[in-house]
Design a protein. Structure first.
Length: 158
């Protein structure tokens, strides 16, 4: 699942690297610059066996509120659209754009809700957790994270 890209800037030479990432940036925070070979840490990435999952990712209440908000917004826009075009004969384009935005927002929230409620999220998370634990089996990698200031859970310490 690589839906988006993260851009990282090397602290040594300033070169920018793009890397495909999942929605929540689950993965190793240890990066190596392709230009100068410097290793650095990018804290935006979550090593989920240490950092845990992003709390927003499983917050279905948040997306439910979002969905309701967008649906109400869309309905209001569509009603106004009808009222205004009926009374003035004009078709207010801005209102149409707002209504489409409302629909897209609704669809996005509904999709996130579905992913959480259907268990797809949990399955994805299990995969990310397995990958993360796999990385942490490497004691060199664990030492590296510790050096960068990560608090390593006892189960990964040798
Ligand atoms: Zn560099």
């Amino acid at each position: 699942m690589s839906l988006s890209y993260a851009e990282m800037t090397c602290p040594n030479c300033g070169a920018k690297t793009k890397e495909s990432c999942n929605t929540w940036m689950y993965g190793s925070p240890v990066k190596t610059c392709a230009s100068c070979n410097t290793e650095y840490i990018d804290r935006r990435w979550r090593e989920v066996a240490i950092d845990g999952f992003d709390p927003r990712s499983s917050n279905s209440g948040f997306y439910l509120k979002g969905l309701l908000g967008f649906v109400v917004f869309t309905v209001v826009c569509v009603l106004l659209l009808f009222l205004m075009s009926a009374s003035s004969g004009h078709f207010p384009l801005k209102l149409l754009v707002a209504a489409i935005g409302g629909i897209l927002g609704s669809v996005f929230c509904a999709y996130r809700l579905f992913v959480i409620k259907s268990g797809i999220q949990d399955k994805d998370n299990a995969v990310f957790m397995t990958e993360s634990k796999q990385r942490l089996k490497n004691s060199e990698y664990v030492e590296k994270l510790e050096k960068y200031g990560y608090k390593i859970p006892d189960e990964f310490k040798k």
